[in-house]
Design a protein around this ligand. Structure first.
Ligand code: NAD
Length: 294
C-alpha cells in the first residue's frame, strides 16, 4: 500500500512529536512551521501551501482559532479534492465550525480533533482524540488517530470535538481548585495529608485530580507536585481552555458560574501571582499561603 501523505502544519511542543510518530509509522510527512521548527523523519517545507498540495491529510496543531482560520484560508484552495483537513489544536467552537464550512465549499473534508494527554502523550503516541465531523471524515482520520493516540471518540458533527474538550477542561479546572482548597483547609484543621488522600480518594470527593494527579507532593501516584510543580499541564494553558469554555458559554447563553470562577482564579494566579509556567496543580501551595479574603 502506498504511504499516506501527510502535510503537518504547526510543529511545536505537541506537533513535533506527533509528526515524528506519523513518520516513524511509515507515513510520508512534510512539515511547515513559521518558527522553522523540525521533527524527526519530517521533511520541512518553506510554505504551508507546499505541504498541503499533494497531501491526503493536512494536519494542523496551532496555537488558536484565528491562526487556524488564516492557515485554512491559505491551504484549502490548493488541497486535492476529497482530501482531509484534520485540526488537532484546541480552538474555539466557532472557528472549528467556520473552517468546516470553508472546507466544505472547497470540496475538502474537515475534522476537529483536539487532544488530551499533553506533551508526554504526544511523544508516547497515547493521546486521546475527541473528534467532530462526518463519518467519512472520521474514518479517514482514524488510521492517524491509531498511530498518534490510544483512543478516539467521534463526538458528533464539526465543532463537537472542541465542545467535548472545553467541557472536560472546565470540569478539570474547577475540580483541581476544589481539591487544592480542600487540602489547604485540611492542613489548617490539622488533618494529615496522607489520611486526607486515603479517605477522599475512596469516598464521594474522589476525582481524577485527587486520585491520579494529586496536587500534594509525596501523596498518591507520581504527579507534577512531586517535581516542584513543573508542568505537566501549565496554568496558562488552563487559562486558555477555561477562557474558551466561557466564550462558548456566552455564545449559547449557558450559565457556568463554577467555570467562570475557575477562569478568574487561574487568570489571577498566572497574571498577578507566580503561577506562570507552573503546573495547574500549583494552586495547592497558593491556597496554603493564603488567609481568607477580608
Ligand atoms: P506550541 O506553541 O508549542 O506550538 C504551536 C506551533 O505553531 C509553534 O511551533 C508555532 O511556531 C506554530 N505556528 C504558529 N503560527 C503558525 C502558522 N501561521 N503557520 C505554521 N505554524 C505556525 O503549542 P503546543 O503546546 O504544541 O500546542 C498546540 C495546540 O495543542 C494548542 O492549540 C494547545 O492548546 C493544544 N494542546 C496543548 C497541550 C500541551 O500540553 N502543550 C495539550 C493539549 C492540547
Amino acid at each position: 500500500m502506498e504511504a499516506l501523505k501527510v502535510g503537518f502544519i504547526g510543529l511545536g511542543n505537541m506537533g513535533a512529536p506527533m509528526a515524528a510518530n506519523l513518520a516513524r509509522a511509515g507515513c510520508h510527512v512534510t512539515g511547515f512551521d513559521t518558527a522553522n521548527t523540525s521533527a524527526e523523519g519530517v521533511q520541512m517545507a518553506a510554505q504551508a501551501t507546499d505541504v498541503a498540495q499533494d497531501a491526503d491529510v493536512v494536519l494542523t496543531m496551532l496555537p488558536n482559532g484565528s491562526i487556524l482560520r488564516q492557515v485554512a484560508e491559505t491551504v484549502l484552495p490548493g488541497m486535492t479534492s476529497g482530501a482531509l483537513l484534520l485540526d488537532c489544536s484546541t480552538v474555539d467552537v466557532e472557528s472549528a465550525r467556520n473552517v468546516a464550512s470553508q472546507a466544505e465549499t472547497s470540496g475538502i473534508q474537515f475534522v476537529d480533533a483536539p487532544v488530551s494527554g499533553g506533551i508526554g502523550g504526544a511523544a508516547a503516541g497515547t493521546l486521546t482524540f475527541m473528534a467532530g465531523g462526518t463519518d467519512a471524515g472520521f474514518s479517514k482520520a482514524k488510521p492517524l488517530f491509531d498511530i498518534m493516540g490510544q483512543k478516539a471518540v467521534h463526538c458528533g458533527e464539526a465543532g463537537a470535538g472542541q465542545a467535548a474538550k472545553i467541557c472536560n477542561n472546565m470540569i478539570l479546572g474547577a475540580t483541581m481548585i476544589a481539591t487544592c482548597e480542600a487540602f489547604a483547609l485540611a492542613d489548617k484543621l490539622g488533618l494529615d495529608r496522607q489520611k486526607m488522600f486515603d479517605v477522599v480518594s475512596t469516598s464521594s470527593g474522589y476525582s481524577w485530580t485527587m486520585n491520579a494527579y494529586c496536587p500534594a507532593p509525596g501523596i498518591g501516584p507520581q504527579s507534577p507536585a512531586d517535581n516542584e510543580y513543573k508542568p505537566g499541564f501549565a496554568s496558562e494553558l488552563m487559562v486558555k481552555d477555561l477562557g474558551l469554555s466561557q466564550e462558548a458559554a456566552v455564545s449559547v447563553d449557558a450559565d457556568t458560574p463554577m467555570g467562570a470562577l475557575a477562569l478568574a482564579l487561574y487568570k489571577q494566579f498566572v497574571e498577578d501571582e507566580d503561577g506562570l509556567g507552573k503546573d495547574f496543580s500549583a494552586m495547592l501551595p497558593r491556597f496554603s499561603a493564603r488567609s481568607r479574603p477580608l
